[in-house]
Design a binder for this molecule. Structure first.
Ligand code: NDP
Length: 598
């Protein structure tokens, strides 16, 4: 069998050229500098809309074995593993009024997880829980987060509506001093920072943004007082409102159908279209549940992570839009059985073209107006941006009360007191919703909204002035007994909770080692850190051409992959399973290699 390029149904050269042209339209010299720091410019936009009762309590002054900052899945899984390791004397600190992290903040209409619930919701077997649907909605995920907190006694002593302002290593006492906005002073042996990789909302630095006089909010702070309704939709108060939404990423895809249904008129301001594949959600099959053997969840999680890291497995257990590209690749490889094409990268590119042709054809299936359909078609490789999955998004653009304002890659031009300006045309809106995502690649302390001082008072910002340096993506020298979770210089999987779960195991192991020995200070050594940074760079380099050729976004540091962490450049790209094996082997050796203990 031979792979005949003429029979592919698309012209690879023409597609390459089209992808290049579309990317070039979007490249901006200011890169991540195009976004403004919301804390400085619009601090009230960060206020918590979900708090029903503001908290009043006395400040706390005490000694603890461990403090976990953040009660999203990073923090909850660390807390759970620490509890399992026998750590009793710990507190969680969380800015929100409850656990859940991203699922606490992001309660926009339609919020749902694109990763299959059976692999995204951790500890299903431990909690004896089975999600109701293949893809869970936000409330069920929040509920699961609460169940984890209850099951591992993490509500005990948890400090909600509290944020850490400073974290400083006290060299004399060998303790982290944790200071909060409520005047708490906690002296902790170990600190885990689980502030999440996508937690600080960002806004584009649009000209005139400070002059806009209408209602304005970010999707991660949805104002139901204003819109009416809840996460299931029913935004009845928008019936007499002209609404604008900026952005068409994974968040926007989910809330736009609800806005389209409810608003008097909806303007969708698009810079780059997302790839929107079939959702195909379905209730959990009871027969399948009955057939599961113990250990099924870990097996399913690993299977997904192998396939989405470009590896091969005999089975595709999840078998959805995330793993489809692998099926396409196998199809191409089968057609190429005679080996006429020896270059695997070319085969992968052809499989990608095939996938994206399908995604573009899907737009035509739902949107009859050829001009609107054309504007909704994405022209880049599938994993240049976060792939999206939805069955109601594309049909929304056939509604009379919905206008797609395609900015042809340029983005919104400016705002006036009551309008959004694109291409010189003013679109009057009562309300403007920013579905513009979260900071990636900016200074860690800025994203965590706290200053961290290690040995000798050096700040983490100073320490990482020339780039992030870690051992295994968790610890760094001069900052002993501190774990920075969430995905810097670690393995990459779209299933974030898998990473957090593996990191949590590592954290719990090191903490237990620390607490069981007389020497309780554990610090990564500079040479081990340098070696890990090199390992990460070696795995990331082969992907640099791919990242550079991609349309800009947070995956490639807004088109400048070499100049900042980004997703591709700043992580271990040798496969998530390979990364987890490195952590596992390191623990099994039992010698804390690359760490000093004193
Ligand atoms: P994204 O960063 O993915 O999207 C931001 C959007 O804002 C993009 O469409 C971007 O356009 C647009 N934008 C930015 N600046 C401008 C401008 N000046 N003018 C017009 N448009 C602009 O944020 P999301 O909140 O959508 O998603 C963030 C991440 O959160 C996802 O990638 C995913 O990892 C996670 N998530 C997961 C979900 C799930 O599992 N279901 C749901 C929602 C989010 P451009 O593309 O051109 O930069």
């Amino acid at each position: 069998m031979s792979l005949d390029l003429d029979e592919l149904g698309f012209d690879p050269d023409a597609l390459r050229e089209k992808y290049r042209t579309e990317r070039d339209k979007r490249l901006r010299p200011e890169g991540i500098g195009q976004y403004i720091h919301i804390d400085d410019e619009f601090p009230t936009m960060l206020d918590d809309p979900h708090v029903t009762e503001p908290l009043a309590r006395d400040a706390i002054d005490e000694h603890l074995d461990a403090v976990v900052i953040g009660a999203g899945f990073c923090g909850l899984l660390s807390g759970a593993r620490l509890r399992q390791a026998g750590v009793e004397n710990l507190r969680m600190i969380e800015a929100a009024a409850d656990v859940g992290g991203t699922w606490y903040w992001n309660q926009y209409p339609g919020v749902q997880c694109d990763i299959e619930s059976y692999i995204y919701l951790s500890l299903l077997e431990e909690l004896d829980y089975m999600p109701r649907l293949k893809y869970a909605y936000g409330p069920e995920i929040r509920n699961h987060a609460q169940n984890i907190a209850h099951r591992f006694d993490l509500y005990d002593g948890a400090l909600f509506q509290t944020w850490v302002t400073h974290l400083a290593w006290d060299t004399d006492a060998d303790r982290w001093i944790v200071s909060t906005n409520r005047g708490d002073r906690l002296a902790a042996r170990f600190v885990v920072v689980g502030n999440g990789p996508l937690s600080k909302p960002k806004l584009p630095g649009l000209r005139g943004i400070e002059d806009f006089g209408g209602k304005m909010f970010h999707t991660s702070r949805w104002d139901y007082e204003y819109t009416g309704g809840d996460t299931a939709g029913g935004l009845s108060k928008l019936a007499d409102k002209k609404v604008g939404i900026v952005g068409t990423g994974a968040t926007a895809i989910q809330c736009i159908p609800h806005l389209g249904e409810a608003a008097e008129h909806l303007y969708v301001f698009q810079r780059t279209p997302s790839s929107v594949d079939v959702r195909n959600n379905r209730p959990t099959d009871e027969e399948w549940v009955a057939s599961l053997e113990p250990g099924w969840q870990e097996e399913r999680i690993a299977n997904f992570s192998i396939l989405t890291s470009g590896g091969m497995a005999t089975e595709d257990l999840v078998s959805d839009g995330w793993t489809d590209i692998i099926r396409k690749f196998s199809g191409m490889a089968n057609k190429n059985r005679d080996g006429a094409i020896g270059d695997m990268a070319l085969l992968a590119e052809l499989a990608d073209f095939e996938k994206m042709e399908e995604i573009r054809a899907r737009v035509d299936e739902f949107v009859n107006d050829p001009a609107i359909a054309d504007s909704l078609k994405p022209w880049y490789r599938q994993f240049c941006k976060r792939p999206c999955f939805h069955d109601d998004y594309l049909p929304t653009f056939t509604r009379d009360n919905v206008t797609l304002v395609d900015t042809d890659g340029k983005g919104v031009e400016r705002l006036t007191r009551d309008a959004v300006v694109v291409g010189g045309e003013e679109y009057e809106v009562d309300c403007l919703i920013f579905a513009t995502g979260f900071e990636v690649g900016t200074d860690y302390s800025r994203r965590a909204s706290m200053e961290i001082r290690g040995i000798g008072g050096v700040t983490l910002t100073e320490h990482w002035e020339d780039g992030i340096t870690t051992l295994h993506g968790l610890m760094t020298n001069d900052f002993p007994n501190l774990f920075l979770m969430g995905g810097m210089q670690s393995g990459v999987t779209p299933n974030f909770t898998e990473l957090y779960n593996e990191q949590s195991r590592h954290v719990a192991y090191i903490v237990r080692e620390g607490l069981e020995q007389p020497e309780q200070v554990i610090e990564a050594q500079p040479d081990a850190v340098a070696a890990w940074v090199q390992t990460v760079a070696d795995t990331a380099n082969p992907h640099s051409t791919f990242a550079r050729n991609c349309t800009p976004g947070y995956y490639n540091n807004e088109g400048q992959p070499g100049q900042g962490p980004g997703w591709f450049g700043g992580n271990f790209m040798g496969g998530a399973q390979a990364f987890f094996a490195i952590l596992r082997d390191w623990r099994e050796r039992g010698d804390l290699a690359g760490m000093e203990r004193r």
